[in-house]
Write a protein that binds this ligand. Sequence first.
Ligand code: SF4
Length: 435
Amino acid sequence: MLEVLPKIAKMQASYALGKPLALPMNLTISVSYRCNSRCKTCNVWQRPNDDFTIEEYEKTFESVGRAAYWFTFSGGEPTLRKDLPEMVEAAYRHCRPGVINIPTNGIQDKIIPERVERVLQAAPGSEVIINLSLDGVGVKHDIVRGVKGNFERSMRTYAGLKALKGRYKNFTLGVHTVISNFNVDEFDNIYAFVRDELKPDSFISEIAEERVELDTVGMGITPPIQKYQPVIERLQEGIHKAEFGDITRITPRITQAFRDRYYDIVKRTLVEKRQIIPCLAGVASAQIAPNGDVWTCCIRAESVGNLREHNYDFKSVWTTSKADELRRSIKAGECYCPLANASYTNMLCHVPTLTSVALEVGKGSVAKAFSSSNRGKSAKLRELPVLNASAEASAHNGNGNGAKARELPVLNGVDGSPITNSNGHASDDSIEATA
Ligand code: SF4
C-alpha cells in the first residue's frame, strides 16, 4: 500500500498542472458489453460487441507498465470471457497491480468458481476482490436482474467461491448491491441477509446511476435522496459497528474508513449536486471500453482516443488534446457524480480525507475509532468544508466560475440529465453464452 504514495504525489501534481505527469493509478477494463443478465438498471448488453482480443490486451498492458495500482475488470459480465484468467495474467505480468477487482452476476454457477480460481492463480501477489452482485433476496433479485433462477444460481456460485477462501490468501469475497428505485424499499432485508447468511469479507453498495456507458440516461432508476439517505446511514452504522470484514487487520480497517468517507461524499453529492472533493478522473483514473476507446470515466464515457488507432500505446491516447479538454472540464466542476470507482482514488489524492483516515485507523479498531467519545482530530478533519475546483475558483473570482459551473448541464442522472446515447444491437447471449 505504501508504494502508492509516490503515485499519489504525481497524480496531485498532474491535476494541478492539467497535464498528466504519469499514467493513471486506477484502471478499469471493460472486457465486453456481453451480459447474460437483463437488469432493469442497465442496458449495456444491447450495445454492439467489438471486444479486444487477448493479444490487444497484452500490448496495452505492456504500454501501461507499473503505473496502475488498481485494476477493475468489468463488463457486461466479465466472467463470460473464457480468457479472463489470461487477461489477468497479462495485467499481472506487465503491471503487477496491488488490487484487482472483478464483479460478477454469479449466473454461470458451474463455470465461475473454476474461472475465478484460475484468476487467483494468475495474480498471486495481488489482492483479488470478487464482488457478487445482489440486488434482492430470492425472487426479488430475479425480478431486478431479469433472469429467472438467478438468485439460486448466484447462491451456488457464492458457495463455490467461498470454498476457495481457505486456499488463496490473496482472495477477498465481497457482495455488491446497486440501490435503485426497484429495490430501495427492500434494503433492510438485503442487508440482514448479507450480514447474517452470506457473511462476506466486504459489503458495498452504490446508488443506481444513469450512465452513458450503460445507456440508462433518462430511465429514472435513481432513488430520491429521501429514500437513499437511510440506506447510506444503515451502511455507515454497519461500518461503525464493524459488521463486515476482519477489522483486526490493517487493510480492512483502512478500507472501511475510506468507505465511511465515501458514503459521506455520496450524501453531500446528491444534496449539493457538485463535486464535493476534486474529481481526478482523467488524471488518476481511466476506463478502457471493450473496443479500446479510452474514457476518463464511465459516467461521461467520452472517448479521448482509441488504442487501436494509437498502436496500443496508452500514453499516446492519454495525451491527446481531447484528453486535455476533458481534464479541464472535470477540473472546472462541469460534472459531478457519486461513482465509487473514481471516488476512492479521489479520496486517496485528497489530503484532508487521507489524513483523517490515517488518524482514525491509527487509533485502533474502526468501531473504537468511530465511537462518539473518541472522535478527535480525524473527526474534525472530515467535517472541514471541502471545496471542489470550481468552488475554489468561485471563492477567488467573486463567485464567477463556480456559479457558472453549477449552471451547466449535469452529466449524470441524479437529476435526470439531458445526455443521450445511441442504442446498439440486441445481443443473443443466453445464460451460458460462452461457458
Ligand atoms: S462524471 Fe463523475 S467520475 Fe466522471 S469526471 Fe465527472 S465527477 Fe468525475
